[in-house]
Design a binder for this molecule. Structure first.
Ligand SMILES: *[C@@H]1O[C@H](CO)[C@@H](O)[C@H](O)[C@H]1NC(C)=O
Ligand SMILES: *[C@@H]1O[C@H](CO)[C@@H](O)[C@H](O)[C@H]1NC(C)=O
Ligand SMILES: [Zn+2]
Length: 449
């Protein structure tokens, strides 16, 4: 049996097992939870608001709220864009500028909590003369909660599986970068619903607006569910054409550094390589591809390998009693990111303009028409395997297993030809989760045409 056939069979098996385990009811449906947030520990919308107000009030020389009446969600809730630097020293042109995006996905509470910790820790250390994060040189723009309507929905309904906005749009598929591809959905009931058109949502417009005003050096889109760092591009066209950002080596270097910047190891690389699926219309691809931000990543900050079953809150967020230690463990990653970019900017002393490159016949063709040598895919893949932390291993294959695969294939074919009613549900999936990670080295393309 060819390895590709086995891979395919494995994929189908994983999907069937998921189906049998009844985790394929629509992902955004409410599930039984192992634990839920204690709002004396996790923030809720009310305490997010009071935190931000107090933080701005206490740190007037460092923190400004940008356009609080303009940057609002569809239902008029504030997204809170903070602009942080040392305003006492004036002249902003020499600041390294970094944009951070939190709270895109409603059910992911953890990233927002890491931001609160970072803010407090940053101000504390800055006041005591420790330049962990040097606000004399770094200017941070922080989108505190990108999707407040979605968060409101989660808090109100206690459906901790809800990911989208109030109308179920996945913000992280609504951007004008390969919008509408198969790495997103046109079905409003799918958790990856992309919305009717790029930037259809007020929640995403804020990103376009901010990046029109400011040329950023770095961008992070923060998530949770696993521990992974994604390098652009994640979209399906780039996967097919093997398009990479022009400064891929620089991006990879920083990703590698970040992957070991905390007590945990994060896997890093192309999202489609790490997880075997593509994502079209994402914010970090947009920032890299359209806005030419030299360092743009999506980071999955937290997740445990042993998560089982359909519950959601514990898939994306640590237990209440562990929150404090988890967020303090993540802090060094932010410090490493900011300081690397500061250092890079000082080294290059220029605004790095990134241009797209497309691989042509095993070479990279640049925008100016010149061609760079390019390693063939197989050796490149091997190299990725060597250098990237913790690739998931293929399960070992026994004859019985192969037999089972054949049974599964027959069943699927029946389903596929319409003789089996639940076929459509088989490739429902909850993005960036344990189950996908299970099949992480297996790319699944059978149904996606
Ligand atoms: C939000 O959290 C606060 C505690 O910080 C709590 O008193 C309040 O009841 C919570 N609000 C809602 C709507 O759950
Ligand atoms: C930038 O580089 C110069 C010369 O290499 C060095 O003196 C200076 O300390 C650097 N500044 C920062 C912020 O690293
Ligand atoms: Zn997410």
């Amino acid at each position: 049996m060819k390895p590709s056939t086995i891979k395919c069979a494995l994929n189908i098996l994983v999907l069937l097992l998921m189906h049998l385990a009844n985790v394929l009811t629509l992902d955004v449906k409410r599930q039984n939870e192992h634990f839920t947030p204690d709002y004396n520990i996790y923030h809720n919308l009310t305490s997010i608001q009071s935190f931000i107000e107090k933080f701005c009030e206490d740190n007037k020389n460092f923190v400004h709220l940008v356009e609080p009446d303009t940057y609002v969600s569809k239902n008029g809730r504030k997204q809170y864009v903070l602009r942080i630097r040392n305003y006492l020293i004036g002249d902003d042109t020499k600041f390294v500028k970094i944009l951070l995006s939190f709270g895109e996905h409603a059910r992911e509470f953890l990233p927002v909590e890491t931001m609160f910790y970072m803010l407090e820790k940053m101000m504390q250390s800055f006041r005591s003369g420790i330049l962990d994060i040097d606000l004399n040189k770094i200017e941070l723009y922080i989108i505190v909660i990108s999707n407040p309507d979605g968060r409101f929905h989660v808090e109100k309904t206690k459906n901790y599986c809800w990911r989208g906005t109030s109308t179920g749009v996945d913000i992280n598929r609504n951007f004008e970068w390969e919008f509408g591809g198969k790495g997103s959905s046109s079905d409003p009931l799918d958790e990856e619903y992309r919305g009717p058109k790029p930037f259809s949502e007020p929640e995403t417009n804020i990103y376009r607006h901010l990046t029109e005003l400011v040329q950023f050096d770095g961008f992070l889109s923060l998530h949770s569910g696993v521990k992974q760092i994604y390098i652009p591009y994640a979209d399906s066209v780039s996967q097919r054409t093997r398009r990479l950002p022009d400064n891929i080596e620089e991006m990879r270097k920083l990703a590698q550094l970040l992957s070991t910047s905390t007590v945990h190891i994060y896997r890093y690389g192309g999202a489609s390589i790490l997880n075997g699926y593509t994502a079209d219309g994402t914010v970090f691809d947009y920032m890299a591809g359209i806005r030419k931000i030299p360092f743009s990543y999506a980071i999955e900050l937290w997740g445990t390998k042993d998560h089982k079953g359909p519950s959601c809150f514990d898939l994306f967020n640590p237990p209440n009693e562990k929150l404090k230690s988890v967020i303090s463990e993540i802090y060094p990653m932010y410090v490493a990111f900011f300081n690397y970019i500061l250092d890079w900017k000082n080294r290059t002393m220029q605004i790095h303009v990134q241009s797209q490159s497309v691989e042509v016949d095993g070479q990279i063709k640049q925008d100016d028409g010149s061609v760079l040598p390019y390693e063939p895919k197989s050796s490149r893949t091997k190299q990725l395997k060597r250098t990237e932390a913790l690739q998931v291993e293929m399960p070992s294959i026994t004859p019985g297993f192969i037999l089972l695969c054949i049974v599964v294939i027959v069943t699927v074919v029946l389903g596929f030809t319409g003789k089996y009613p639940v076929c459509r549900r088989w490739y429902q999936r909850r993005r960036v989760v344990n189950l996908r990670a299970l099949s992480s080295t297996l790319s699944f393309n059978l149904f996606s045409t």
